[in-house]
Each structure stands twice: as C-alpha cells, then as structure tokens.
Design a protein around this ligand. Structure first.
Ligand code: AFP
Length: 276
C-alpha cells in the first residue's frame, strides 16, 4: 500500500500547483455524468492517470472524468477516482479534493480494500485508510504523519446536501431535528472538505439524500460514496443509504449514484429511525 500513498502524495502536489496557477474556465465538453468539465478537471485526471498507471500493482483505472475503464494486462488492484471533486466551487476559491477507492478483483463494493482523499485547502492534506486510518499534512517539504482521525459516538455538525425544496418531508424532519438539538450548519458544496471537517471535529452528519430532482442521489458510488463509506467506518462511524450499509450496495454501471449518509454512530442510528 505504500506505493499508493506515495503516488497519491505525488499527484496531490502536482494538482495543488495547478490549482494555484490555473484559470477556472469551463471546456466545451462534459464528463460521463453530464457535468461540465473545467480544463483543470481534465489536467488533474491526466496527472493521476499517469501516476497510477506507472504502478505495477495497478490493473485497472476508472475515472469520474471518463466513460471507459482503462485496463492493463498485469497488476492486482483496480482504482476508481474522482480527480477533482468540487468543480463548481473552485471559482469561489473554496477547498476541493481528490477521492480514491482501491478495489481487489473488480469494481464492486465488497471488493474495496482501501480508500483515500486529498484536501486542496490552505494546507495540502491526505487521509488514507486500509486496516488503519492514516492522516498526513504536507509542510512544503515533506508529508508529516498526524495522529489518526477518530469519530466520537456523536458530534455537533450537520452538513445537509441537495436542494432543500427537493427534499422529502421525512428528510426535512431529520435535518430540522438536528438543528433543534443545536447542531451547527457546516456545508460548502465540496464533499471532500465537508466530510473531512466532520472527521477533524470528531463527529456529526453529512447527507446527500434522494431528492425529487435526483431520486438516486447525486454522489457516485465507485469514486465518491464507497471510498468515504470505507473511511468513515474505519474511523468508527457509519455510512448508509437511509436503510442499507453503503458498502453492501450493488453497482449498476461505473457512474451509478446513491443517496448517502456518513456520520457518527448516533447520528446514523437517527437516520435509520427516521428513514425506516
Ligand atoms: P461539483 O463537482 O459539480 O462541484 O459537485 C460537487 C459534488 O459532487 C460534491 O462534492 C458535493 O458534496 C455535492 O456535489 C454538492 O452538491 P449540491 O451543490 O447539489 O449540494
């Protein structure tokens, strides 16, 4: 796994440099999910693709920015990644991220054996989870390992995604109930910084539910939902679609999406209670 950590750190430094100097104009193209593509999305995808294809252990790559999976004829691991998540908030100079899921045998939830994300913010940070959860901060010269991130039984942050007028009534009841308990609204529209914040603050709930305009949710299973589900469970929290554990969901196509809830155990139990 060390080769993956080094590859993620190397591509993170290159993409951070790109973010410092790049314009944020859109290309005329869209990705496979129909999202408009920024020039930097395509450049970040290329950087990660080159880093990962150079590893002998990598057999296949699946990117949010591409339609097709890239296969090599040797290697053991399949990596699904979102090279730059948060395109719509880059022009506002908010933090964005890269997300990675590492799968054995093939792209299925049961095959995920590690996950990682990079936060491009005031600091460059990497979180990597396999059997344990490792947290690194880049100080401009090297990546310094930090104490591991751990979720408490509950927290105080509520990060509710999706357009509120398109929420179901039970979802509105759920979200309001946390605000009634004094939870603080912390939502930037960037999955990586929003979920990273809950891990750093040791608790809370991030939700992106089924909505009337996105009945299967918006976030992609292979390179957003499953990696963060893996990381949140390793941190002592939970990750469900309202009822089922996210890491038990099937996959129907590499860009398949799911409603998703990530958080501390008590918040996830409350989601189950309201949704079931
Ligand atoms: P963009 O990549 O289009 O900015 O979308 C970011 C994202 O996929 C994820 O990072 C956020 O959690 C989510 O969308 C925000 O979606 P809403 O703006 O609908 O809340």
């Amino acid at each position: 796994m060390e080769d993956f950590i080094l590859a993620f750190q190397s591509s993170a430094q290159k993409i951070q440099n790109l973010l410092k100097v790049s314009h944020t104009d859109y290309l005329s193209t869209t990705n496979s999910s129909g999202d408009n593509q920024l020039g930097i999305d395509v450049k970040a995808d290329k950087i990660i693709e080159e880093e990962l294809l150079s590893l002998n252990s990598v057999r296949g790559l699946c990117s949010e920015e591409k339609n097709e999976v890239i296969y090599k004829d040797y290697g053991s691991y399949f990596i699904a990644y979102d090279p730059l998540d948060g395109s719509s908030i880059i022009s506002s100079n908010l933090s964005v991220g890269s997300i990675f899921g590492i799968y054995k045998e093939g792209f299925e939830s049961k095959n995920i054996i590690a996950a990682a994300y990079v936060v491009y913010g005031p600091r460059l940070e990497l979180v990597f989870a396999n059997d344990v959860l490792s947290y690194f901060i880049y100080d401009g010269k090297s990546w310094k390992k930090q104490p591991p991130l751990k979720l408490n039984e509950s927290g105080k942050i509520n990060a509710p995604g999706g357009t509120q007028k398109n929420w179901s009534s039970k979802h509105k009841t759920l979200i309001d109930s946390f605000f009634q308990k004094g939870y603080r609204l912390r939502y930037s529209g960037g999955m990586v910084p929003d979920l990273h914040q809950i891990l750093i603050k040791k608790g809370g709930l991030f939700s992106y539910p089924a909505t009337s305009d996105a009945p299967n949710g918006k976030l992609r299973k292979l390179f957003e939902v499953f990696p963060f589900a893996f990381i949140y469970e390793k941190a002592g929290g939970g990750a469900i679609d309202g009822k089922n554990r996210l890491l038990e969901l099937p996959i129907n196509g590499i860009h398949d999406t799911s409603p998703c809830f990530f958080g501390s155990i008590e918040e996830i139990n409350e989601v189950r209670r309201i949704y079931e």
